[in-house]
Write a protein that binds this ligand. Structure first.
Ligand code: NI
Length: 134
């Protein structure tokens, strides 16, 4: 894309309302892309229960909680608990397991490189190959 046409494209971008985007889907552990900048994707996810243990060899991953409480478990036995408005960046190659408390549904935002694999090199029934744009 030429610089000028990309410039025009960006100028035409409509503002995004995050609450409205969250109304567009209901699946759990299925991140949706809502924006892209500088090679990074901005994603929304609704999660409930336990995800799979995994790591991303080359990518740091940001978790920002929008609603509910998200727990991030680590292999050293520690857990980071995130409230709405709090975020945590999991460094590349650090194994992690996101989960929620009980049956609470949690809404979160992710920022990570566009090409990142959902569950790293782990393949699981929850693994999503290509994240849908909404
Ligand atoms: Ni991850």
């Amino acid at each position: 894309m030429k610089t000028w046409s990309r410039h025009n494209y960006l100028r035409r971008m409509k503002k995004v309302n995050i609450n409205e985007k969250f109304q567009c889907f209901n699946e759990h552990w299925t991140p949706k892309v809502i924006g892209e900048l500088n090679g990074q994707h901005l994603k929304l996810a609704k999660v409930k229960g336990e995800f799979v243990w995994h790591d991303h060899a080359d990518e740091d991953e940001l978790f920002l909680v929008y609603k509910g409480i998200l727990c991030l478990d680590f292999r050293d036995g520690t857990t980071v608990e995130l409230q709405p408005g709090e975020f945590y960046i999991v460094p590349k190659s650090v194994e992690h397991r996101p989960r929620t408390k009980g049956d609470e549904e949690v809404w979160l935002m992710l920022i990570e490189p566009a090409g990142i694999k959902h569950t790293g090199d782990v393949v699981d029934e929850k693994t999503v190959e290509v994240c849908e744009w909404i």
